[in-house]
Each structure stands twice: as structure tokens, then as C-alpha cells.
Ligand binder design. Structure first.
Ligand code: NAD
Length: 324
């Protein structure tokens, strides 16, 4: 498949792996890039900018295809030296950066000067238009279905994507709820130039998380996610386990929620331990509604190939057969 995004990023298939905290490591990123999609390392998964430099080097050893780095700028428990992380990315020669969260405008001059393509992840059309205006090359339009932070507007991709197609000039990725060829064909039909998948790539052989996490995704349904941090306007979609339920109970108490009451339950370290040990009640972990569509644990190559084949069949056979 050839789209504005495959051309711009130099990839074979219009499928991008979402930047996932603790999951976007060299093993997964290189596997997605080797499969013809775009793999993305997650900067903050690495404990320091120096560790990110090493991870980029490791990823280069595992693939000669393009890959990107995600930098998420959202509230964190410990302050993050964002600029130092970005300096490392620029110095390393990586040519694709995905920003997410706050407005990336302060970082754009340096990224552009280094010839880096910037993909900004947005959960609303107003933010997508702003990203276009400040010079981002691509936006990733993240619908309400997505894992992690869906924003506060709760608009699904059936509305967001056609709106993006009507209003944006730059190409956009459809993100949130994608996991199969039907989704890819639908995204392209709605005006996107590709899809971004996080959760679906977490249930692959190469994803560096415990098998128990992958099995839980296979066993789960689309009803097994929960929205936490609503009361703090930092909403996050996570798997509905006992820890997420405890967070929701605290948020339902009368009066304002104090983040300090939630921190011991939700801190990222606990999520990392959960992914490493397979102890599924250790913390909270991001999961999108697409878990309802996951029923196996293929390799990235099998997954990407299957999605592209399915989409191609729909576009070449199912849809033309409906025309007189
Ligand atoms: P962390 O341990 O610092 O924080 C854990 C969670 O609490 C995060 O979701 C964070 O946004 C939230 N949080 C922290 N301080 C907060 C505050 N004062 N008010 C409201 N919410 C607060 O973070 P981490 O798990 O190490 O993750 C690192 C970065 O990656 C964060 O920016 C986080 O938001 C982001 N992240 C994004 C996704 C996603 O969108 N898919 C998933 C996980 C983490």
C-alpha cells in the first residue's frame, strides 16, 4: 500500500506502532520496523537520556529500517528532563519523533532544524489543527477507544477521523481501536493515511511483556477497560483490574480527588513490575477497547502481513462488489 504517510516515513505498510510506556523497547520497535511498519521507542521508558541513546543504538543493531522515538509530555510524579531526552534523539540521527500530550511547539525549531519528521498525537480536532499550524508533519488522531490518555472530550473515531479529513491538510494516522484489516480499510476510507496501533502490538511474540499480560488481552473483552483520573482531568484508559477499581472507588468519594491518594496505586514503577512479573494486580496498565478484537499472539510480521492482506481484500473485492 502506498499512502502519503508511507512515502513520507519511508515505510512499506501504513501501520505505525504506538509509543507505549515500558513496552516501546528495541525488541518490539525493531520487529515492527522489520515487518514493514514503523516501530517507535518510548523515550521515558528509559531511566535517563543516556540510557535512551543506548536503546537507540541497540535498536539500530536489530533493524536497518526507519524507526521513531515517542516523547510524552504529561503530568509525571518525578520531573522529566524532556530537553535532554530530545537532544539525545537529535544527536542519534533518528529522523522521526512522535510527541504526545502537551503542545510540542517549544521543541519544534530544534526538531525541524535536525530534519526530523514530527508526528503529534492529538485527541481533538482543535489540537490537530494547532499541530498543523505550528508545523508538525503528521498528526495521530487518537479516538476515545484508545489506551492511555484519550483526553476529556470522549469523541470516537467515527466522528474524529472524517472531521480530521475535512479540516486538515497534512496527513493523519487513525489511532485508537485499530487491530485488524477491517480497521485499516475503514481508517483509509475515512481519510486517514495509515493507522497507529499500541495495544494490538502488545499482544505479539516480540512485545517485551510477560506472557500473562498477553494472555489476559486474548481472554478479555471490549468491556474490560476503565477510565481512571477523570476527576483530575488526566483521564487514562487502563485494564479494569482490582487496582483500577480501587482508584475508581477513591475518585468516587465526595470532595476533590488528591493525586497523592492515588499515587501509590498508579505509579509507573508498579506498571513496569506488572509487565515484568505477570502479577496482573500489581498496578495499573494501559489497554484500549481493541482488547475485544485480540484473540491470538502472532509475531509482528504475521500481524502486519495479515492486516494488510485483509484490508487489501476488502478494498479489492468486498467494496467493488457493492458497486453496480
Ligand atoms: P508516573 O509514574 O509519573 O505517573 C503515573 C500516572 O499518573 C501517569 O498516567 C501520569 O500521567 C499520572 N500522574 C502523575 N502525576 C500526576 C498529577 N499530579 N496529576 C494527575 N495525574 C498524574 O508516569 P509513568 O507511568 O512513568 O509514565 C511516564 C509518562 O508516560 C507519563 O507522562 C504518562 O502520562 C505517560 N503514559 C502515557 C500512556 C499513554 O498515553 N498511552 C500510558 C502510560 C504512561
Amino acid at each position: 500500500m502506498k499512502t502519503r504517510i508511507t512515502e513520507m516515513l519511508g515505510i512499506r505498510h501504513p501501520i505505525v506502532q504506538g509509543g507505549m510506556q515500558w513496552v516501546g523497547r528495541a525488541e518490539l520497535t525493531s520487529a515492527v520496523s522489520n515487518a514493514g511498519g514503523l516501530g517507535i521507542l518510548t523515550a521515558l521508558t528509559q531511566p535517563s537520556p543516556q540510557a535512551l541513546a543506548e536503546e537507540i543504538r541497540r535498536c539500530r543493531e536489530m533493524t536497518d529500517q526507519p524507526f521513531g522515538v515517542n516523547l510524552t509530555i504529561l503530568p509525571t510524579i518525578k520531573p522529566v528532563p524532556y530537553e535532554e531526552y530530545l537532544d539525545v534523539v537529535i544527536q542519534s540521527g533518528v529522523k522521526i519523533v512522535e510527541t504526545a500530550g502537551r503542545n510540542p511547539e517549544p521543541y519544534l525549531p530544534a526538531l525541524k532544524a535536525a530534519g526530523i519528521r514530527v508526528v503529534h498525537k492529538c485527541t481533538s480536532i482543535r489540537h490537530a489543527l494547532k499541530a498543523e499550524k505550528i508545523g508538525c508533519d503528521i498528526v495521530s488522531v487518537d479516538g476515545f477507544e484508545c489506551a492511555g490518555h484519550p483526553g476529556e472530550d470522549d469523541v470516537t473515531n467515527l466522528i474524529l477521523l472524517p472531521l480530521a479529513a475535512r479540516r486538515l491538510k497534512i496527513p493523519f494516522l487513525a489511532s485508537g481501536g485499530f487491530g485488524d484489516g477491517r480497521g485499516l480499510a475503514a481508517a483509509l476510507a475515512m481519510g486517514a493515511d495509515g493507522i497507529n496501533m499500541g495495544t494490538r502490538f502488545m499482544a505479539t511474540r516480540e512485545a517485551p511483556v510477560h506472557d500473562q499480560v498477553k494472555q489476559q488481552m486474548v481472554d478479555a473483552s471490549e468491556l474490560d477497560t476503565a477510565l481512571i483520573f477523570r476527576t483530575l482531568r488526566n483521564t487514562s484508559r487502563v485494564f479494569r483490574n482490582s487496582v483500577a477499581q480501587q482508584v475508581l472507588e477513591i475518585e468516587e468519594r465526595e470532595g476533590e480527588t488528591e493525586f497523592a491518594d492515588l499515587a501509590p496505586l498508579v505509579k509507573g514503577e508498579k506498571g513496569r513490575e506488572l509487565y515484568e512479573t505477570g502479577d496482573m494486580e500489581r498496578g495499573v496498565w494501559s489497554a484500549g477497547m481493541v482488547i475485544g478484537l485480540i484473540d491470538d499472539i502472532p509475531s509482528c510480521d504475521e500481524l502486519v502481513g495479515r492486516i494488510v492482506d485483509e484490508a487489501r481484500l476488502i478494498i479489492q473485492e468486498r467494496l467493488p462488489a457493492m458497486l453496480d
